[in-house]
Design a protein around this ligand. Structure first.
Ligand SMILES: C[S@@+](CC[C@H](N)C(=O)[O-])C[C@H]1O[C@@H](n2cnc3c(N)ncnc32)[C@H](O)[C@@H]1O
Ligand SMILES: [Zn+2]
Length: 272
């Protein structure tokens, strides 16, 4: 386990056996489930949005269908464009590491240090099951236990973030990759649940101190061939906690659905 700093004194953490220590001997045990807990305090907004065990399982079930593979390839291509030997890559809000693990596999010849942080222990346990070689810490995206200017690449996919943390952590000229749901993302799924669905609003994607170097739009249809697959997709979206039980029950009798996916993959460089 490497790549993190002590959340108390901000010194580098070094592994000794099954624990991490800083120079002041603050100690953090590496859980048998494959992550280290570096979260100092959990604010109410953090705990509300950390994915539950059920959401994590739904996300894994859905992603393992391979329907988001084109998105994963688009992200991986962007990371490969910034690849170099020994690079440090951080996935902010990595979830159960579907993308993190595939990106790590694609980067193998560069011997990267791949780290992920998430507020959900269940997500990280599932991430460690995908690949024990990913360095995983329980932490908040708003206060990331990683040293200043250490990262070559940050990815942040459908997860909370704080822009000032991106600029603190990235090297000058480092790469940030983010994915945004576009207007018609999961439109038919929304139509099945809501009587008056609304298209996603698209705000500015600019980030101060960063230059947008690439924007790829991916828009295609996915086919869900069972009620379980439809429910897994629904469960891993923010709709699962925003929808009434009555609306959610509308999915009960549906065994087949085609729905649009509509993403933008945006690549930024931190200005020097
Ligand atoms: C929609 S999921 C995306 C997961 C992953 N990036 C993916 O695309 O598969 C959002 C993730 O953000 C995590 N999360 C929520 N609030 C967080 C916070 N304050 N800090 C870090 N992670 C957070 C959740 O636990 C969840 O794993
Ligand atoms: Zn310390």
């Amino acid at each position: 386990m490497q790549g993190f700093i002590c959340p108390v004194c901000r010194g580098a953490l070094v592994a000794e056996g099954r624990s991490l220590f800083c120079q002041n001997r603050h100690c953090y045990d590496i859980s048998k489930r494959g992550y280290v807990n570096l979260l100092m305090s959990q604010s109410s907004s953090d705990s509300r949005h950390g994915d539950s065990r059920e959401m994590v399982a739904a996300r894994s079930d859905f992603l393992d269908l391979g329907l988001y593979e084109p998105l994963c390839r688009a992200i991986t291509d962007e990371v490969l464009g910034a690849a170099k030997d020994g690079m440090y890559i951080l996935d902010v809000g990595c979830g159960e590491c579907y993308y993190t693990a595939k990106i790590k596999a694609a980067l193998e010849k560069f011997s990267p240090i791949v780290c992920g942080i998430d507020i959900s222990k269940d997500a990280l346990a599932a991430g460690a099951r995908r690949d024990r070689g990913i360095n995983l810490a329980v932490a908040s995206a708003y206060d990331i236990p990683v040293s200043d200017g250490c990262a070559d690449v940050i990815i942040n996919l459908f997860a909370p973030h704080k822009e000032s943390e991106f600029s603190r952590i990235l090297k000058n000229g480092g790469t940030l990759i983010r994915v945004f749901p576009e207007r018609r993302h999961l439109w038919e799924l929304k139509c099945a649940v809501y009587s008056s669905p609304r298209e996603n609003e698209i705000g500015s994607t600019d980030i101060e101190g960063f230059v947008t170097v690439d924007k790829k739009e991916l828009n295609y249809q996915i086919e869900l061939k069972s009620n379980k697959d439809i429910k897994s997709l629904f469960m891993m979206t923010p709709y699962s906690y925003k929808t009434s039980a009555d609306d959610e029950r509308k999915l009960d009798g549906i065994d087949y659905m085609k729905t649009s996916v509509d993403f933008a993959v945006i690549t930024y460089k931190k200005s020097k």
